[in-house]
Design a protein around this ligand. Structure first.
Ligand code: HGY
Ligand code: MN
Ligand code: MN
Length: 424
């Protein structure tokens, strides 16, 4: 059996101008001067200001708004019946060089779906929910998808609250400081289903001229922080043969990560995104180098091979340089497969609405990969111009935003009309 599209309301469409106005208003918070982008690292003052604005919009739409202990916010629209809602959502925290669509689209598209139904006097058969999850990016506090991980019971709240960020702050005190240490129970009750609309953040849909991605899976993610300790020394007087230079080991490891990804081939990717030397001075051989390595692959076995080979290179190179190595895992999530019935529904809805659609994996991590642990889940992608993201130049056209949000609207209506998804 498949979930059928609700033909009664098939002509219903969202208001793209209203959606774009909200995207612009939210992007104005933490705006990156001279760009369309914004910077709202998790639990910062900018994140609080963004949260407050979205909560105001939720209240204005008459949603029943709750905040849980990790700061996840859920707004519920009543349905004709009670019971678990059909949930959509994403995140509104960003990286330091954030675009205005990453995460924000998934949350504001959900508000647009609600407002479209209210304007049409339609009460969905089941409640609908719009959520934003705390610290999806993991850029300040690792791991990524922290809020949704706690939401589904993948990490205890106490453990999450103890996490220390790259700036030495802790999750718990920061949540209290911004007033989002809520009381809604954790783990949360499972939604009936979850659908996340998100910009692709990659080049595939644009390159193939396709409007909608019906996302089937999310690739595995491995984040490690590496600290290499050597001996600081004088840059001018220390012969090369006497050096124990952690900076050299870090640079060699970053180069190896790139070579390893090339050797393993797509979809393997490897990134050294953060690197710090101490004392970080022009004329001092560093005593310490700290860096992060992000390895990802759709195949768990190949990802494990990449981790093992990177670590072997690191240990061997550090030993040859007379340096010590400490590694800390910051995030490790295996690949996730979304619910085939919901993926089928996203694909069928896109076709019904007259859009080209392609089934594809996600290269980026998303809150949906956590919700998939507790309910039938899938994602809707819209194209990213030039495949750019985590960059203020991130852009998706109004036509594509409108298409993705209309697919979300009708996918949610169809899911709200099902009895038990187990029937599908
Ligand atoms: O890292 C990711 O894939 C996501 O942006 N948190
Ligand atoms: Mn995102
Ligand atoms: Mn992101």
């Amino acid at each position: 059996m498949t979930v059928s599209i609700n033909q009664n309301d098939i002509d219903l469409r969202i208001d793209i101008n209203r959606l774009n106005r909200r995207l612009a208003d939210l992007a104005a918070i933490g705006a990156i001067e001279g760009t369309e982008g914004c910077a709202r690292l998790a639990l910062t003052d900018e994140d609080k200001e963004g949260r407050d604005l979205v909560v105001t919009w939720m209240n204005d739409l008459g949603l029943d708004v709750t905040v849980d202990g990790i700061g996840n916010v859920v707004g519920v629209m009543a349905g004709q019946t009670d019971g678990p809602p059909v949930m959509c959502g994403s995140h509104i925290d960003t990286v330091r060089t954030g675009g205005r669509y990453d995460g924000n689209l998934g949350v504001l598209a959900g508000l647009e779906v609600v407002e479209t139904l209210l304007a049409a006097n339609i009460t969905p058969p089941r409640p609908l929910a719009v959520a934003f999850f705390t610290d999806e990016e993991g850029a300040r506090f690792a791991p990524d998808m922290l809020g949704s991980l706690v939401f589904v019971g993948g990490m205890a709240l106490e453990e999450a609250l103890d996490i220390t960020g790259i700036d030495g702050c802790q999750v718990g005190p920061e949540l209290e400081r911004i007033g989002y240490d809520g009381t809604a129970p954790l783990p949360a009750a499972a939604p009936h289903a979850f659908v996340e609309v998100h910009v692709e953040q990659g080049p595939v849909l644009e390159a193939e001229g396709v409007t909608i991605g019906a996302v089937e899976s999310v690739q595995g993610i491995s984040w490690t922080e590496v600290t290499i300790t050597g001996q600081s020394n004088h840059a001018g007087t220390t012969p090369m043969s006497m050096r124990r230079d952690p900076g050299f080991v870090a640079a060699a490891a970053a180069n190896f990560a790139r070579e390893l990804a090339a050797e393993l081939g797509a979809p393997q990717v490897a990134t050294v995104g953060r690197i710090e030397f101490f004392p970080n001075l022009v004329n001092v051989v560093p005593s310490k180098a700290t860096f992060t390595v992000d390895l990802r692959n759709t195949d768990e076995q190949v990802l494990k091979e990449a981790e093992a080979r990177f670590n072997e290179f690191l240990q061997t190179t550090a030993a040859a340089e007379g340096c010590e190595v400490d590694t800390t895992s910051l995030a490790r999530f295996e690949p996730v497969i979304f619910d085939p019935a919901v993926v089928d529904l996203v694909e069928a809805t896109a076709v019904e609405l007259g859009h080209s659609v392609k089934r594809m994996p996600s290269g980026a991590g998303h809150d949906a990969q956590m919700l998939a642990r507790v309910c039938p889940t899938a994602m809707i992608f819209t194209p990213s111009v030039n495949g750019i993201s985590h960059n203020p130049a991130e852009y998706t056209s109004p036509e594509d935003l409108e298409a993705g949000t209309n697919v979300l609207l009708h996918t949610m209506l169809a899911l709200a009309s099902t009895t038990e998804l187990a029937d599908v």
